[in-house]
Structures are given as C-alpha cells and as structure tokens.
Design a protein around this ligand. Structure first.
Ligand code: RIB
Length: 287
C-alpha cells in the first residue's frame, strides 16, 4: 500500500504565447481549471498505475470536486481533512513548447492537522510506502513516524527548500530530484544518509538511480509533440513507486515511469493527464 501525505491543488491553467515577463500583461489563449498539486498528482499517477493508494491531505469547501477527481482515479481519500479555509491553488502558465511557470497559494495544504497525519501514518507497516513532497506542513513528522513503523519513505524534494530537505533527510529511504534540485542539494551541502537511494530525473536525458549497489540509468522515450510538462515529475514519481511496490527492480521501475511520463507530457493538465497501467504497458510493448 502507498500512503501519500501531500498537497491537493486547484490548478488554474493559462495557455500563453510565452511565459509572462516582469511588468508584462499578457492575454491567455485558453483557460482551464483542473486537479493538481504535487501530492494529488502523484496519488493519481500511482493509482492509475495499478497501486493501492491512500491520500492524506486537506482541502476547503471549494475543493470537493478535486477530491472527487482523485477518487474517480481510484485514490482512497478517506483521510483528506475538510478545513474552514480555501483549498490550495496554483496559477500555471504553459507556453507553446509545453514549458510552465507556477505560482502557488498553499492555503489548506499548509494547515494539515498533525494528528491527522500521525493517524494516517499509523496505518503503515514494513511492506508499505509513504510518499511525500514539499507542499504540506507535516512532511518531517510524517517521515519520522513512517520510519519508526518500518515503512519505506520516498521524498520528492519539490518545490526545493534546503531547510525542509535537511529536516526530512534522516528519515527517508528514497530521494527523488530533478537535475536542478540535485544541484541545489549539492550546493546546500546537505549530508545524505548512508544507504539512501537517490533518483535523479534529467528530462529528455532520462533518469539515474544511485543506490548502495551502484548506479542504473534509463534513457527517456522520445516524444513527437510536447503539449504540457506540468506534473511530469509527479507522473514519474507515482509510477516509479507503483512499479517498485509490485516488485519491479530499479531499471524496470524507471523504464515504466519514463514511459508513463512520456505519455503524460503529450496531454494537457497535470493529474488528468496521468496514463493508466494498460496504456503504459502498451506504449512499452510497441517499443
Ligand atoms: O508538479 C506540478 C504541480 O505543481 C502542479 O499541479 C501545481 O499544482 C503545483 O503543485
């Protein structure tokens, strides 16, 4: 089982001719509202990839349809708290090349009750996984409690914050970073615990798994048209853990996660663009 203690956002997505510059006012060519948040994206990705996923997070009354979207993807949202404040949202600009720039309003994501997170993590055992990102207020205490329960703890250091990363580092088993986050991690001089598995994603250059037994790399799959890269890292993370959870080794898990991310970036949106396991397997079978 995978438990995700993570964010749930309403993504307000603006397609723009280019990412807005300082002082510029720019008209969007399209606007849409959809499910996002690094936490929710990873939960949806893992559930669609076939894993059993429970999500612990927080929303306000305006986020009910976001949770409905997660449940429709197969995520158990029984641990999502309903708070008397707005749901987190993200303003997402996406340009013609599919690149994005994002502004976050954390709201309920930063008010997750500690007791709820502890209660959720209390359900974990040694066969389970906790997945965390950097958009909620309880990551460090959730990681500590999960390690005490013997669960594996996978942490995406995104959005990167050196203080938050340092706080959680001793209690994680797997660290997921992109190249920029990896460079920031090295620059911050944060000590990595012995035995930590680090997975570095490098966009079109693929991904590398660095663990006590050495390094394994897997190339990215070429894509004819990139539509929207929002949530691609979350897609990779959710699919990677789903594959590991069903017993895949590092190389097979990265291959599966790379394939899912290659599909995801050809579609608009974050969580709504996550592929299902059958689709990802068909993509791989065609290669
Ligand atoms: O990783 C992409 C996500 O970052 C978006 O869905 C947005 O909500 C922000 O959390």
């Amino acid at each position: 089982m995978i438990l995700n203690v993570g964010s749930i956002n309403i993504d307000l997505v603006y397609r723009v001719p280019h990412l807005v510059r300082p002082g510029e006012t720019l008209a969007a060519t399209e606007f849409s509202r959809g499910l996002g948040g690094k936490g929710a994206n990873q939960s949806v990705a893992a559930a669609r990839a076939g894993a059993q996923v429970r999500h612990c997070g927080a929303i306000g009354a305006d986020g009910a349809d976001m949770v409905a979207g997660m449940e429709a993807a197969g995520v158990d949202c029984g641990l999502v708290a309903r708070l008397d404040m707005p749901t987190g949202h993200a303003i997402v600009m996406v340009d013609g090349a599919g690149e994005n720039a994002i502004v976050l309003a954390p709201s309920a994501n930063q008010a997750l009750p500690e007791a709820e997170a502890i209660r959720a993590v209390g359900t974990l055992g040694a066969d389970d996984w906790l997945i965390l990102q950097n958009e909620v207020n309880v990551s460090a205490l959730a990681a500590k409690a999960a390690r005490k329960a013997g669960a594996r703890v996978v942490y995406s250091a995104a959005p990167f914050d050196a203080g938050a990363v340092a706080e959680v580092m001793a209690d994680i088993t797997h660290l997921l970073v992109n190249e920029g986050e990896n460079a920031a991690l090295e620059e911050a001089g944060i000590d990595l615990p012995v035995g930590l598995i680090r997975v570095v994603t490098k966009g079109s250059d693929g991904a590398t798994w660095i663990g006590p037994e050495g390094e394994v790399s897997h190339p990215a799959f070429p894509v004819s048209k990139v539509v929207d890269t929002t949530g691609a890292g979350d897609c990779f993370a959710g699919n990677l853990v789903a594959a590991l959870d069903r017993g895949a080794g590092p190389e097979a898990a990265m291959r599966f996660a790379q394939a899912a991310a290659a599909i995801q970036i050809t579609r608009p949106g974050a969580a709504p663009a996550m592929p299902g396991r059958t689709e990802t397997e068909a993509f791989l079978a065609a290669r």
